[in-house]
Design a protein around this ligand. Structure first.
Ligand code: UGA
Length: 429
């Protein structure tokens, strides 16, 4: 099939490259000339394991190309995927400006050739599909088209695997011909396909991310109780997770969730619920608990360095919001660093791939050892495997004081105590 992907960011590029890999003809469009230039030169504008090879192979084999003209791509395509960002507005609701701009640009192309199918892949509030269809009908009254919702469930760092080995494919459609096209498109994945109405599919995306965020905040709150009671949150998580109705996934206590999705989607889901007339207070609590985890990490650092971080040298291991990505959006590490700098600490940070531009005063170093050099404490913020494999006795020798806050519960407290570290983790004695 001929597929146009509008928006070549994280979701768009992974989607485009994977559909090309499945044998479709794909054009990935973006309005940013620098991004298109990078892609045409064989590069990928962000770090995602395996994506550069997948993109280059499919370009070489003639199934994947790039462009800047959304209207021309829509005229050419049978199916058009909207993959543009929907960032949060100050009140938490989703900003649909980019979707609207694309809709304006492609509307004149909808009457061109066979009926077009426009698919929302960006995360949007429920009823965006109805609004899009109305907008298209106004702008292109003669055109024969369908609008569908096909939310993505890719995790950064394993996006290609998640696409090609999906747990499920959700298709929200209001017309049978749209459903037939999308079911045929996804059939080769052999994944369970759930066909729903458009609004339910939109809601599935927000509800999925909000539920996962809720699991993380739940276990972090349990971790607070564990600390007060002298229990171990990792054992509690194991014990409750073995109940198949609960499940072990997303019950890792730590510095809390970050990234471009959970914080934004929890806020946007809450905003659309209240716009529709329901006060989804649970979601505000999920976000509040998540924010508190960052304070908790700072408090643990303070405790290990004698009450205040002022004048202390703190080494930070890991900046990205999780391993295997260079994404710093919503990264707990950046919040913790800002608080430490504001308190008057000297902060040296290492990450194997992420390179933030700030905050001002942060010193980025090229090796974990340099982050520990002369430090009063280290804090592990992202569980990159290389940190677990470090020579910790040698690290201890480099530090001014052997103190470690393990904000991702990577190490065994007994092992770190044996090595002579003053050690704190999250929700464990
Ligand atoms: C998330 C969802 O997992 C995807 O299904 C979804 O498609 C994506 O958002 C999206 O909406 O685009 P992602 O943000 O890449 O994917 O990252 P996750 O692996 O879900 O992790 C999110 C955050 O939760 C990370 O900061 C991670 O460290 C944290 N986390 C995760 C925990 O603190 N504890 C856990 O047990 C699991």
């Amino acid at each position: 099939m001929q597929l146009a992907i509008i928006g070549s960011g994280y979701v768009g590029l992974v989607t485009g490259a994977c559909f090309a890999h499945l044998g479709h003809d794909v054009v990935c469009v973006d309005s940013d000339p620098a991004k298109i230039a990078t892609l045409e030169a064989g590069g990928v504008p962000f770090y995602e394991p395996g994506l550069d090879t997948l993109v280059r192979t499919n370009v070489r084999e003639g199934r994947l190309r790039f462009g800047m003209d959304a209207r021309a791509a829509t005229e050419w395509a049978e199916i058009v995927f909207l993959c543009v960002p929907t960032p949060p507005l100050p009140d938490g609701s989703a900003d649909l400006k980019a979707i609207e701009a694309v809709a304006d640009a492609i509307a004149p192309a909808l009457g061109h050739g066979a009926p077009k199918l426009v698919v929302e892949k960006s995360t949007v509030p429920v009823r965006t599909g109805d609004w899009l269809a109305r907008l298209f009908r106004e702008r292109a009254p003669e055109a024969d088209f369908d609008v569908a919702s096909n939310p993505e469930f890719l995790r950064e760092g394993s996006a290609i695997h998640d696409f090609l080995h999906a747990d499920r494919v959700v298709l929200g459609v209001d017309a049978e011909r749209a459903s037939n096209k999308l079911v045929a498109l996804y059939a080769p994945l052999n994944a369970p396909i759930l066909v729903t109405d458009l609004r339910s599919a939109e809601l599935i995306k927000h509800a999925s991310n909000a539920f996962l965020a809720m699991k993380i905040s739940f276990i972090n709150a349990v971790g607070r109780v564990c600390e007060l009671a002298g229990a171990d949150v990792s054992k509690v998580a194991k014990g409750i997770g073995l109940d198949a109705r609960i499940g072990e996934a997303f019950l890792k206590a730590g510095a809390g969730y970050g990234g471009a999705c959970f914080p934004k989607d929890v806020a946007a889901f809450s905003a659309i619920a209240s716009e529709l007339g329901y006060d989804f207070g649970l979601l505000a609590e999920v976000a509040r608990i998540n924010d508190q985890q960052r304070d908790l990490v700072v408090e643990k650092i303070r405790q290990l360095v004698g009450g205040s971080a002022r004048g202390k040298r703190i080494g930070v291991l890991g900046l990205a919001f999780k391993p295997n990505t260079d994404d710093l959006r919503g990264a707990p590490a950046l919040d913790v660093i800002e608080r430490l700098l504001a308190e008057g600490a000297e902060v040296l940070a290492h990450d194997p791939v992420a390179r933030p531009e700030g905050p001002a005063g942060l010193r980025q170093v090229d090796t974990p050892e340099l982050a520990g050099q002369g430090a009063d404490a280290l804090v592990l913020m992202t569980e990159w495997p290389l940190y677990e494999a470090l020579d910790w006795p040698a690290m201890k020798a480099r530090m001014r004081r052997a103190a470690l806050v393990d904000a991702r519960n990577v190490f065994s407290p007994a092992k770190m105590a044996r090595l002579g570290f003053a050690y704190a983790s999250i929700g464990r004695p």
